[in-house]
Write a protein that binds this ligand. Structure first.
Ligand code: MBD
Ligand code: FE
Length: 282
């Protein structure tokens, strides 16, 4: 399917950087001086401690400087931060919740995906590769009431682990859709199973991974944002049982509550899965 240009870290990074600027910067208020002072001093102090404890050399310091410069040049700050930092921000932000577990958003969400009703297919190519997946579910509040105004936004990689709008040659909204729910709070979404995602090896994040001897994989996952009036927005990812990286996701974003239990479809074609959401009132 991809006979156009090969995906590169720099293209994907530039797209993720533009996406971040367009969607998130408007909502960033000035952080109070006391808070900046506290946090910046503490982070820098941790860096200083590491340098002293391990007697970091000028060679290592300059290697770090060169690497940090390349993170920006490759547009990989969104990728770096979402892979190695966001999971703790998410943990702190959602620890009060009684409803569904969430996890990190990652760098590849795009708002405004095509609306597909409560029972429909995500936009996909003719002969989209991958195992067909029919996912049914229901959205309720923590008190058990049905949330019939809920929306489920779904986005995920294709069968080659590539995301539309971040890798070249894929239709704009491929495998990205916005679903509503019916009067019973229920939805049915048709898509295909995504492939595991590998961090680009040709950019700064890939160089860190190689230099440290880590692996570059995230397990296969479906991204969702589930919203309803008067409720906290749930950002989550759903995983597949048996994926070899469920236990060592490079982005540390897997939680046991987020692993699906798909079954072979009754018609012998693909899989079906049931997964419901419970949202916390604001
Ligand atoms: C992804 O697809 C992703 O979900 C995260 C969190 C980081 C990098 C790529
Ligand atoms: Fe992802």
């Amino acid at each position: 399917l991809h006979d156009g240009p090969a995906p590169t870290a720099a293209d994907s990074g530039a797209n993720a950087t533009e996406r971040f600027k367009a969607d998130k910067l408007g909502g960033v208020a000035n952080t109070p001086k006391e808070r900046v002072d506290l946090l910046a001093r503490e982070v820098l102090g941790a860096v200083h401690d590491t340098i002293r404890r391990h007697k970091v050399t000028y060679e290592e310091y300059n290697a770090l400087k060169a690497w940090l410069i390349s993170v920006g040049e490759d547009g990989e700050w969104p990728l770096f931060l979402d892979v190695w930092v966001e999971h703790v921000v998410e943990e702190v932000a959602t620890e009060h919740r009684e409803g569904n577990k969430g996890t990190i958003e990652g760098p590849y969400y795009v708002p405004g995906a095509p609306e597909r009703g409560s029972h429909g297919s995500v936009p996909m190519r003719e002969n989209e590769p991958g195992t067909p997946l029919v996912w049914t579910g229901r959205v309720t509040s923590t008190d058990g009431s049905v949330l019939d105004q809920a929306k489920v936004e779904l986005w995920h990689a294709d069968d080659e682990g590539l995301y539309s709008q971040f890798a070249p040659g894929i239709p704009e909204w491929n495998l990205r859709g916005t679903f509503s729910v019916d009067a019973g709070g229920e939805f049915e979404i048709r898509t295909v199973r995504p492939a595991p995602y590998r961090i680009p090896t040709d950019g700064a994040c890939g160089k860190l991974i190689a230099a440290a001897g880590w692996h570059a994989w995230r397990p296969a996952h479906l991204h969702v944002k589930v919203s309803a009036p008067g409720h906290e927005l749930l950002t989550a990812q759903l995983y597949f049982p048996g994926d070899e990286h469920n236990d060592d996701d490079i982005a540390s974003a897997v939680k046991p509550e987020l692993i699906l239990d798909p079954k072979p479809a009754a018609d012998g074609h693909g899989e079906t899965v049931v997964y419901d959401f419970v949202l916390d009132p604001v």
